[in-house]
Design a protein around this ligand. Sequence first.
Ligand code: UD1
Length: 371
Amino acid sequence: MTRRRLVVVAGARPNFMKVAPLLRALSNTEFEATLVHTGQHYSPEMSDAFFRDLRIPPPAFHLGAGGGSHAQQTAEVMSRFEPVLEKVRPEWTLVVGDVNSTLACALVAKKLHCQLAHIEAGLRSFDRRMPEEINRIAVDAISDLHFTTEQSANDNLAREGADPGRVHMVGNLMIDSLLECRDRSRQSAILEHLNCEAKSYAVLTLHRPENVDCSAALRELWCALELVADHLPLMFPVHPRTAKALLAAGLKHPRVRFLEPLGYLDFMRLVDGAAAVLTDSGGLQEETTILGVPCLTLRDNTERPITITHGTNRLAGTAADRIAAAWRSLRRDPPRPLSAPPGWDGHAAEGAVRVLASCAPGDAGSRFRGQ
Ligand code: UD1
């Protein structure tokens, strides 16, 4: 029996947690999945460590696209992905999340008349200054299937005119990975290695361009973070983008410990053991919701509102006085999770594969441009 061909795209760190359960759920099915790594993230600690920890098989194609401006990066991924797709000629291209690789590969797929499925569709921050928001809107506008993680995403897609028959709330694939790896992550020796005790520290992550690329914005955040560090030491795995910015601004503090980016298992152990998390990441808002760790999001908005209504997340904004007030309130009255959001139970990828299997086979192959 010929198996139905799918291409799965991964490009940057937050993608890897979503493709891992997807590839697992696709194995031993009627589908043959071809993994393409665009190379948007390329440093060993941003990519290889995640393939190892999440047990992702090596990609069939590595495009080596690397960094650059948004235009350069997107164009580079597009021109390297096109010949791969023409060679594999899959029935479906599956893209995850909202990074530049997601957009680039989605555009290539649709222009080759390949069916496109978007995992983590419909999330909206309503802030078009965020590059990810542009990527989300553009990918959702051309996707044939939308897999969503929360009701707000379904509502956003409905408002934008998506066919409700093509929207499937399957749950959260990132949480599939979290639950799958939880036992192994608990065995990580990172706390011993860092010589810190559970609940005696907070974790900080920062990487959004709007927070770190502008030195005035970074200094404003830093004022509040110094105050937080006076209460609790901060463990700060530093993203490469942020490392450059911190160095240029000369920012440091004796109770803020800069760490290299961590692999998935060590990072999840560090977060699970934290008294609180301060972050501008999207995924971490979801992970803290499931781990029950209080989270302050250092942004003015979130595209994941269920982490506030059901989880442990609070928006703290980016102004120093507001963050300081949010921190004091969190210490007085820590947010507690209500209940896990529907479908954040470790089986989201299986749900997505069931939907794909229910779609009529083969029709995309015959639509592929030039076939
Ligand atoms: C990208 C995503 C963002 C995601 C983040 C997670 C877009 C628009 N942004 O942002 O949504 O939350 O990944 O990390 O796609 N660098 C390295 N090694 C690497 C990767 C990057 O040193 O492996 C450095 C390079 O100097 C690069 C900079 O970090 O120029 C930024 O990388 P880039 O992929 O452009 O954006 P991120 O900030 O990582």
